[in-house]
Ligand binder design. Structure first.
Ligand SMILES: CC(=O)N[C@H]1[C@@H](OP(=O)(O)OP(=O)(O)OC[C@H]2O[C@@H](n3ccc(=O)[nH]c3=O)[C@H](O)[C@@H]2O)O[C@H](CO)[C@@H](O)[C@@H]1O
Ligand SMILES: C=C(OP(=O)(O)O)C(=O)O
Length: 418
């Protein structure tokens, strides 16, 4: 099985091209099921989750062609409505096939999803919302079995918690429903807005995406589209933190600074000089060690949970001490014991991690059981004496495109070894 070997690297320097966002590409690929005709996406990252989604669409009967960063979907051949366990067990976003299949074909059998093991991650809000729209849903043998006679019906849905994929699933169901749907306490994440923009380009009638109340007037049909997926804000943030801890200066190109306000503010607080244009971000540490920062994760526009592990590493290598509180997922500190093996000074008190900064870490053999925890170990390795080996990198390949090539382009010593 492949591993990454990371050696202590000097300050990161140069430019890195940011890929399309995994968490926008996946729902938008699923939206292909809603189209009557050809659906073409560009800026799709080459990731394991994208390959799994394409296989899932093929398994339903769609024709899918992936060529570099372009994916073309011909949804006309869809005749199957089951997302089987073997295909979707590794991927959280597989639940996003439920809304589109049900809205377009009136039936869907979807295996309960896998993905990062960062908490229980129930899908009760997805199910409740679809039931409010008239679906008949049972959970049997690990599958969600959903049916509706005719079209789903517009409904007023109040979501008890802010859920990103929950909002996306209900949005994709509502666009073909009969009448108006109002989703209250909706997620405001930029990836929700990107999905809504794609659906509107297909002919959907949506207002309020990016606010906590989304209104959808259902339409009878949606057409195909050519759509470009937004840049990955979490990949961007990961490279910026890597540059900050190595006291480097980098430029992220093809990025979306507007989606990163909370992250950029914390990097500035840590001592980084940040400048931005429409689609680029530069970070310069002027050779200085970062200052520790304190963070609380919360739904957008607050600080993203998907950047929490990387900022733990920033604090490990900072001047002073900081606290990181995880408010979204109950089991998202799996990087803490692994970073401890690298000499990090961290302690956990409930959902808060208290971290004392230092100049360097020590290399170790480490592994993580989720995507961003794995990314945090890679960046920690950049400032550790010796060779750090990160195992189980299939997690990284779910969410970071050609991660070792991009790090090498910034002068980091990161190689893939068998
Ligand atoms: C593919 C994708 O886009 N994944 C992202 C998405 O995950 P995902 O959409 O799974 O995360 P949610 O926003 O749904 O989860 C937020 C919280 O709500 C809870 N919850 C959610 C749904 C539900 O039906 N019931 C329930 O209790 C979850 O357990 C969690 O505690 O948003 C997360 C929060 O920004 C990110 O970390 C993930 O990278
Ligand atoms: C948690 C993540 O992914 P997923 O929801 O796909 O497990 C993530 O992208 O950090």
């Amino acid at each position: 099985m492949d591993k990454l070997q990371i050696s202590a690297s000097g300050p990161l320097k140069g430019a890195v091209r940011i890929s399309g966002a995994k968490n926008a590409a996946l729902p938008i690929l699923m939206a292909g099921v809603l189209a009557e005709d050809d659906f073409v996406l560009s800026n799709v990252p080459e990731l394991r989750d994208v390959a799994t989604t394409c296989k899932l669409l093929e398994c339903l009967g769609a024709q899918v062609q992936q060529s570099g960063h372009q994916v073309s979907i011909k949804p006309q051949g869809i005749t199957e409505f089951c997302a089987p366990y073997d295909l979707v067990r590794t991927m959280r976003a597989s639940i996003l096939i439920l809304g589109p299949l049900l809205a377009r074909f009136g039936q869907a059998d979807v295996s309960l999803p896998g993905g990062c093991a960062i908490g229980a991650r129930p899908v009760d809000l997805h199910i409740q919302g679809l039931k409010a729209m008239g679906a008949d849903i049972e959970v049997e043998d690990g599958y969600i079995k959903a049916r509706v006679d005719g079209r789903l019906k517009g409904a007023n849905i109040f979501m008890d918690m802010v859920s990103v994929t929950g909002t996306e699933n209900l949005l994709m169901a509502a666009v073909l429903a009969d009448g108006e749907t109002v989703i209250e306490n909706a997620a405001r994440e930029p990836e929700v807005v990107d999905l809504a923009n794609c659906l509107m380009a297909m002919g959907a009638n949506i207002s309020g995406a990016g606010t906590d109340t989304i209104r959808v007037q259902g339409v009878e049909k949606l057409s195909g589209v050519n759509y470009r997926v937004m840049p990955d804000r979490i990949e961007t943030g990961t490279f910026l933190v890597a540059a900050a801890i190595t006291r480097g200066a980098i430029r992220c190109t093809h990025a979306d600074p507007k989606s990163l306000d909370a992250v950029l503010a914390k990097l500035e607080e840590a001592g980084a000089e940040i400048s931005c244009g429409d689609d680029w971000i530069e970070l310069d540490m002027k050779g200085q060690q970062p200052q520790a920062v304190s963070i609380k994760t919360a739904p957008y526009p607050a600080f993203p949970t998907d950047m929490q592990a990387q900022f733990c590493v920033l604090n490990c290598l900072a001047q002073g001490s900081g606290t990181i509180t995880e408010n979204i997922f109950e089991n998202r500190f799996m990087h803490v014991p692994e970073l401890g093996r690298m000499g990090a000074k961290m302690s956990l008190e409930g959902s808060t991690c208290i971290i004392e900064g230092q100049q360097k870490l020590n290399a170790a053999q480490v592994m993580a059981t989720d995507l961003r925890a794995s990314a945090s170990l890679v960046i920690a390795g950049l400032m550790a004496e010796g060779n750090t080996i990160v195992d189980r990198i299939y997690h990284l390949d779910r969410g970071y495109e050609h991660i070792e090539d991009k790090f090498q382009g910034l002068g980091a010593k990161v190689v893939r070894v068998s």
